[in-house]
Write a protein that binds this ligand. Structure first.
Ligand SMILES: Cc1ncc(COP(=O)(O)O)c(C=O)c1O
Length: 267
């Protein structure tokens, strides 16, 4: 277990590894089982031995009181020849704990979100896992600097909705909750997994136009919780749709807040 990686580490060289960002409250991890499950899937997909759970949990003992975020990084370690991975990898586990406060105004007032121009490449072998190669997310996030815009939505190269740059996407249409299916690209969030377990949410392939017919739209992740959308812009910043927050928005949000140990968002 380390807090830094050597330059020859394959995670640094090739993005050959995985990471998790876990919300901690007084050192207690939220959605821990979901984070471990995604790490298991990622290790399986990449052929990296899964670290022991007690090693992954070791940093929890050093967490401060209050809210914090634990970042866990698992890499294939060093060795191999160029891209060719070592036959018997010795994975490295690195971690960092940082104090954290969620964006409470975004819970309460909702957020403005825009569409990104960037298209995610379709790669079913990597779909859903949280691997270290996140350049698409970096490029998508670099598309705007207006602090009024909280998130950007990304589609795949067929123009099908996938997620936001660092959050999953949910909407309600004709009274039914929907979220993009993530079998071709995107990160299958731990909060999304927990919400899918608890609520009737359909995983669908939908084009961006679906959002224009939605009664409510949300973005969310396991650290920030769920933000309802009050406005959606195109990639030039022109408004496409707006929503007034109501009971419907608060219902899905309340489930997420409870899962993360956050208070209800209503005033
Ligand atoms: C691209 C992307 N999608 C979705 C998520 C949501 O994942 P989780 O709910 O596990 O935080 C994240 C989290 O950072 C992300 O980076």
């Amino acid at each position: 277990m380390t807090s830094s990686l050597p330059l020859e580490d394959r995670g640094l060289a090739y993005g050959d590894g995985l990471f998790e960002t876990v919300l901690l409250n007084d050192g207690q991890p939220r959605l821990w089982d979901e984070h471990l499950a995604r790490l298991v899937r990622g290790c399986h997909a990449l052929g990296i031995p899964m670290p022991a759970e007690h090693d992954l949990a070791a940093p929890l003992a050093e967490a401060p009181r209050g809210l914090a975020v634990l970042k866990l990084v698992v890499t294939r370690g060093s060795g191999g020849r160029g891209y060719c991975p070592p036959r018997d990898p010795e994975p490295r586990l690195a971690w960092q704990v940082s104090a954290f406060s969620p964006a409470v105004d975004a819970w309460r007032q909702g957020v403005r979100v825009r569409h990104c121009r960037l298209r995610l490449g379709i790669q079913p072998l990597l779909a859903g896992i949280k691997h270290l190669g996140r350049l698409e997310n970096v490029l998508a996030r670099a598309e705007w600097s207006d602090p009024q815009v909280a998130e950007g939505l990304v589609c795949d190269s067929d123009g099908v909705l996938v997620e936001a740059t660092a959050m999953n996407l949910f909407w309600q249409r004709d009274g039914r909750l929907e979220t993009p299916c993530l079998d071709r690209c995107g990160v299958a969030g731990t909060l999304r997994a927990a919400l899918l377990e608890r609520l009737a949410i359909d995983e669908v392939a939908a084009k961006p136009e679906a959002l224009l017919d939605a009664e409510a739209v949300w973005v969310g992740n396991s650290v920030q919780g769920v933000w309802p959308l009050v406005r959606l812009d195109d990639s030039d910043g022109h408004m496409l749709a707006s929503w007034r927050l109501g009971k419907m928005h608060r219902a899905l949000q309340a489930e997420a807040q409870a899962l993360l140990g956050y208070p209800l968002a209503e005033h």
